[in-house]
Design a protein around this ligand. Structure first.
Ligand code: 13P
Ligand code: SF4
Length: 304
């Protein structure tokens, strides 16, 4: 038996013993995706966290995902295998700026992409993910929308909701933001028959070249329902593992070699095993922050 199989068996045994559920995002390494009880996009993971009867959630993803699970389940132990797996975009807005904007635009809605710290969520009116941002913002009564932290997702939503007035924040995902329109053009030239599926964290000139724009699970569902055989996948390449497993007969390409989130890739089988053995690193947040952040998270679940 290989070392990897032994590790996977031990992880499964420990998870059963401790009544723990392993949640994984599509961007973590393939072997971690394979041992997960639940795999999904950030919205699915947040929603499933409210439905599980487990005593412990092992969140294989970046820190904000563990925080979201904890905020929605303050009574459960949430552990995150790699505490240094943090999403830089989660820190690209400030509480001070939110308060400034509220002063300048009284009555505005502060819409917080879940890829943000608990402190930012606590100052916001509603959270969204890329899977539900359009629907939720459309439903908000406010005309002025301060969308944090991602400027690219904000532009994608703004373009489809001309009745709203967006106030932009200068945050971005370094992985998606660095994918260029020239790379898409080149990939299309090499594979002219392939459909281009893009995550909305990409820059507008990349989004405008897409046949479909959606969250990680949106991209997977699009392929599930498509008769096409070839796709250029313009998001983090962890999604390719799911796509290839579900559709071994179809062909998937990326637009370039850099579609890799270094933080998501810090989560390894070894780290999952250690986390389950030691029941740490545990996500802990101040009660006050958690209570304030729960309201916009629950509002997202209600409106989505
Ligand atoms: P999804 O909500 O599509 O899973 O995306 C999360 C993320 O971190 C994208 O970079
Ligand atoms: Fe954050 Fe980008 Fe990584 Fe997603 S892909 S976790 S937004 S750095």
């Amino acid at each position: 038996m290989s070392e990897i199989s032994v590790m996977k068996d031990r992880i499964r045994e420990l998870a059963k013993e401790k009544n723990a559920r392993i949640f994984a995002h599509y961007y973590v390494p393939d072997d971690v995706q394979d041992i997960a009880d639940e795999i999904g996009d950030s919205f699915y993971l947040a929603r499933r966290a409210t439905e599980t009867d487990a005593d412990m959630i092992v969140l294989c993803g970046v820190r904000f995902m563990g925080e979201s699970a904890k905020i929605l389940n303050p009574g459960k132990k949430v552990i995150i295998p790699e505490i240094n797996a943090d999403c830089p975009m989660a820190h690209m807005a400030t509480v001070e700026m939110i308060r400034e904007v509220r002063k300048e635009y009284p009555g505005c809605a502060v819409v917080c992409y879940v890829n943000s710290t608990a402190e930012l969520k606590a100052e916001s009116d509603v959270c969204v993910t890329s899977a539900n941002a359009l629907n939720i913002v459309r439903k908000l009564p406010a005309k002025d929308i301060y969308f944090i932290p991602d400027r690219n997702l904000a532009h994608f939503i703004d373009d489809q909701l001309p009745e709203k007035h967006f106030i932009f924040n200068d945050g971005f995902c370094h992985v998606h933001n660095s994918i260029t329109p020239e790379q898409i053009d080149k990939a299309k030239e090499l594979k002219p028959g392939a459909l281009v599926l893009v995550h909305p964290e990409c820059v507008p000139d990349v989004v405008s070249r897409a046949d479909y724009v959606g969250s990680t699970s949106g991209i997977i569902k699009y392929v599930d329902n498509s008769d096409a055989d070839e796709f250029i996948i313009v998001t983090e390449m962890g999604v390719l593992h799911q796509l290839k497993t579900r559709h071994p007969d179809k062909k998937f390409y990326t637009a370039g070699p850099m579609q890799l989130c270094p933080n998501m890739k810090k989560v390894s089988l070894e780290r999952v095993l250690h986390a389950l053995c030691d029941e740490e690193p545990e996500i802990t947040l101040l009660d006050d922050i958690m209570d304030k952040a729960r309201r916009p998270m629950e509002e997202m679940l209600r409106l989505a």
